[in-house]
Design a protein around this ligand. Structure first.
Ligand code: 13P
Ligand code: SF4
Length: 303
């Protein structure tokens, strides 16, 4: 990336009171240009407090929607309007209404990887870093967890006192990973620890030394005195290997662990978004926004 491009982005950001947020799965050049980076929980929390008029969200649609839900007065730009999330596409509000009707006493708990319309018909949101704490604090023992069966199953195994029913959704990227691939990576790097995202299947998580959010994986990898195999979307390992070339971080199946929705943004596209020439300004119906905000507020209160 040229210094000239970086300077133009910086200058335009100042002129337009803009802040750039980037999820940890973004390419290293975008992480480098962002003002704030983090996992979904950190980005949602940051968004609630930012003073800027305009937010550019380098991530996927549900992340930009979460910012708009919490900060409707801001202009929130999603630089690549096609950047969705395969998991978020696996459940619709009407599915939840029908499910709730069968379980009238259950708390409905939505992973943040959902549309604003889905959040609007749920009781509480969670992220991978806050799910365990939040679900354990819910007063209801019966819980409907959606859409990720893997994250939900991981929580259910740790909270046997809760009666958790799972929606049959999954992340098309993490769910591809198999136990055989994990065992092969461990055999290749026998001295390394394994860190994975709880969106992976149980057969994968079972072999991990830690499971957690993308930010928790980064912290674990940086604090480890042993090499670490990174079992989440390749953006995390791309940034770690670029920033810390002397440390040993190993990829776990980079071909499988690539989320195409997280790879649309280049520095040039980001400059075009800062210039107002590219991207979608997120708009939400106000009634729907207020309903969805209840679920996110509950998450911020309990998380
Ligand atoms: P984190 O909440 O851990 O950042 O994960 C978001 C995500 O989309 C994982 O696939
Ligand atoms: Fe969605 Fe999976 Fe991509 Fe995360 S990695 S944004 S859950 S499709």
């Amino acid at each position: 990336m040229s210094e000239h491009l970086r300077e133009r982005i910086e200058q335009r950001k100042k002129e337009t009171d803009t802040v750039i947020l980037a999820h940890t799965y973004q390419p290293p050049q975008i992480i480098d240009l962002a003002d704030i980076t983090g996992d979904s929980f950190a980005l949602a929390k940051a968004a609630a407090k930012l003073p800027h008029k305009r937010v550019i969200m380098c991530g996927v649609r549900f992340m930009a929607e979460s910012v708009k839900i919490l900060a409707p007065e801001k202009q929130v730009i999603l630089p690549a309007p096609d950047a969705g999330c395969g998991m978020a596409r696996m459940i619709k509000p009407e599915d939840i209404l029908a499910w709730k009707a069968q379980h009238p006493n259950a708390a409905v708990c939505a992973y943040i990887n959902t549309t604003a319309a889905v959040k609007a018909v749920c009781d509480v949101c969670v992220t991978s870093s806050s799910a365990l704490k939040i679900v354990s604090k819910l007063e209801q023992d019966e819980i409907l967890f959606l859409p990720d069966r893997n994250l939900g199953g991981w929580i259910a195994a740790q909270l046997p006192e809760k009666n958790i029913t799972l929606w049959n959704g999954y992340c098309p990227v993490h769910d591809e990973l198999t136990e055989a691939q994990v065992l092969a990576a461990k055999a290749e790097h026998p001295d390394a620890l394994l860190a994975v995202h709880p969106e992976c299947r149980e057969e994968v998580v079972r072999h991990a030394d830690m499971a957690g959010s993308t930010a928790e994986i980064i912290t674990f990898a940086l604090q480890s005195d042993k090499p670490v195999i990174i079992g989440t979307e390749r953006g995390v390992a791309d940034t770690l290997t670029q920033k810390y070339p002397d440390r040993a971080f190993y990829y776990l199946c980079p071909e499988t662990l690539t989320c195409p929705d997280m790879k649309y943004i280049s520095p040039e596209l980001l400059l075009a978004a800062v210039n107002g020439e590219q991207g979608e300004s997120i708009e939400l119906d106000e009634t729907l926004r207020l309903q969805a905000k209840k679920s996110i507020d509950r998450m911020l209160e309990l998380g």
